[in-house]
Design a binder for this molecule. Sequence first.
Ligand code: BG6
Length: 429
Amino acid sequence: MTASLTNPLRVGLRQERVISPQCLVIFGASGDLTHRKLIPALFELFRQRRLPSEFAILGCARRPWSDAEFRSKMEKSLAVEIAADPEAWKTFCDGLFYEPVDLQIDEDLVRLGKRLEQIDRLRATRSNRTFYMSVSPNFYGSGCRALAAAGLLADSKRSRVVIEKPFGRDFASAQDLNRIVNNCAKENQIFRIDHYLGKETVQNILVLRFANTIFEPIWNRNYISSVQITAAETVGVEERAGYYESAGALRDMVQNHLTQMLALTAMEPPGRYEPESIRNEKAKVLQAARLANEAEPWKCCVRGQYGPGGSSADPLTGYRQEPGVDPNSTTETYVSMKLFIDNWRWQGVPFYLRTGKRMPKRLSEVVLTFREAPVHLFDSAGAGPTANQLILRIQPNEGADFRFEVKAPGSGMRSRPVDMDFSYDESFG
Ligand code: BG6
C-alpha cells in the first residue's frame, strides 16, 4: 500500500462510484426541486470531486431564460454553500446551461438536440445523456414520447430517462405509464427513482440487517410486537400546491418513501446484492402486505390536514389558505395506517405507517418494538416497564438507538430504560 492510500480520506474517495462523462438534462428546471435539491446535491458532488470535468447540466423549462439567468438563479439559492467555497462555484457554474424547451413543441425538441450536440463539443460529454423529468407527473408519459420521437432516446447505451414519483395516480394509470415508457426506451434506460433510497440511513437498514448476525434471529414475529415507520416534516406544502393538491401525503410520501422503508425492513435477505434480487425480495413483501381492515379501511387509516397554527409572533398558514390550494381542498397532508404482512416472518405483527407535513418535529425513523418480558420480576423506576426498542433514525441525527432496561442505581432492584446510541455524525464525522 502506498503512503497516500493510508490516508483514510483518500481510501474513502477511491471507493466512491465514479460518474461517467455526461450531460444531465433537467426538465422542469425552473421548479422547486431543481434549486432546492438537485443543484445543491450536484454542487456538493462537485466539491467532493465526484463529478468528472466532462460533465454538464442543461436546465430546460418553458421560461425564456438565458444561461446567465439560470446560473444567477441557482447562485442565489446556493448562497450559503457558495460562500463556503466560491472558487468551486466558479468552475461548477461553467458547466451549467439553460435551454427554453416545451416538451409538447416539436421544434423545441429539435433545438434541444442541437444544443446537446453543442454541449457535447464544449464539455466532451460524448453524447451521454440523462434526461431527468422534474416536471408535473401528468407530463411523464408525453415527455418520454416527445424525447423518443425526437430520437433522443435512440441510443440505448448513452441515453437514459429518470422518472420521479408519483408514477401514475393508481394501479391502472401506473401500468399505462409503464407501457408508454417501455415503448419509448429499453428497460435498462429507465430509472424510476425514489430519493429516500439515496439516504445513507435508508441504505443502512440493509447493512444493519444483513451484515450482522445478532439481529436476524430476532427479526420476526416471535420477538417483534410492532413496527412503526414515520416520516414527519415541519414544513408545509411550500410553493408546490399545484402538484401536491393532486398527490396528497399518500402519493407524495406513502406509496414511495414509506413503502420503500417498509420493504427494506420486512424483506428476506436477497441471494445477491444486485438490483434484481433486491427488487424481487421487496416485491414479495408488498405482495403479502394488506391493510389491517381492507373491508372498512377507515377503521385502520387516518387522513388529516394541517390547519392554521403557530403563535401570534410566528403564525403558520393552514393548508387550505396556502397559495394555490383550493379553499375547500380535501387533500390529505397527514396519513397513517395499519398494515399486516401475511407471511411466515411477519404474520400478526402490525406495521404502522405515518407521515405528515407541519408536524411539531422533523423526524423520520423506523421503530421496532420487541415483545415485553413475559414476567416482570422488578418494579419500574419510571412509568412502567418498557419493551425493548430498536430505533433506526433516518433523519435528523442519523443513527440508531437500542432501548433496554437496566438496574436503576440505588438500593432495591428497580429497572429503568436506557439507550445505547449510534450516531453517524459522532462515528464518521
Ligand atoms: C419528497 C416529497 O419526495 O420528499 C416532499 O415530494 C417531501 O413533499 C420530501 O418534503 C421529503 O424528503 P426529505 O429528503 O427532504 O426528507
